[in-house]
Design a protein. Structure first.
Length: 169
């Protein structure tokens, strides 16, 4: 009984609200496109790449050293004494652990920096979206949707406004 009453009330309210919704202005912003295509995102990506390129090069160098070490052990294992082989394997394992640790730290630091930069971009984009909503009298702008009509997509407008604000700085 309660469920039926709730459904009937919701249906009646929908019918009452329908004329008011006729003038409802809705917009959609694709947040992923904003992050991928905005000038701020491109600038942040370049900044992060430059910031992490030295550590990335060190990791690549360490990886090559590990690979050469492994090849050396495999190649010379037949002619090595048992103690030399164990020593080389121990050195390899220690270097491999160090590599794994540095690689994990690198990924964590990189993710943290990317998240920081993306948060700043989203904050700026949300300000731009609010300005567009107020200026063009939108009732609702959504950033997540399973489906949206291209007719209500204002993503390009947001990206352009972000580009204009980047040039103004």
């Amino acid at each position: 009984m309660n469920r039926t009453l709730t459904i009937v009330v919701a249906f009646v309210l929908t019918l009452i609200a329908a004329p008011a919704l006729a003038e409802f202005k809705l917009g959609f912003v694709n947040g992923q496109r904003v992050v991928n295509e905005s000038p701020q995102a491109k600038k942040a990506k370049q900044k992060i790449e430059k910031e992490f390129e030295k550590r990335d090069a060190e990791l690549q160098q360490l990886s090559k050293k590990l690979q050469a070490m492994q090849e050396g052990v495999e190649k010379n294992s037949v002619t090595m004494s048992e103690s030399d082989r164990r020593t080389k394997e121990r050195e390899f394992n220690e270097l491999n652990r160090e590599f794994q640790r540095k690689q994990r730290e690198f990924r964590e630091d990189l993710n943290l920096r990317q998240n920081e930069e993306m948060a700043a971009i989203f904050e700026r984009a949300n300000k731009i979206i609010r300005q567009i909503a107020e200026a063009e009298k939108y009732d609702l702008i959504v950033q997540e949707a399973v489906y949206f009509s291209p007719r209500i997509d204002i993503t390009d407008k947001v990206i352009k406004a972000l580009g204009d604000s980047a040039q103004a700085k």
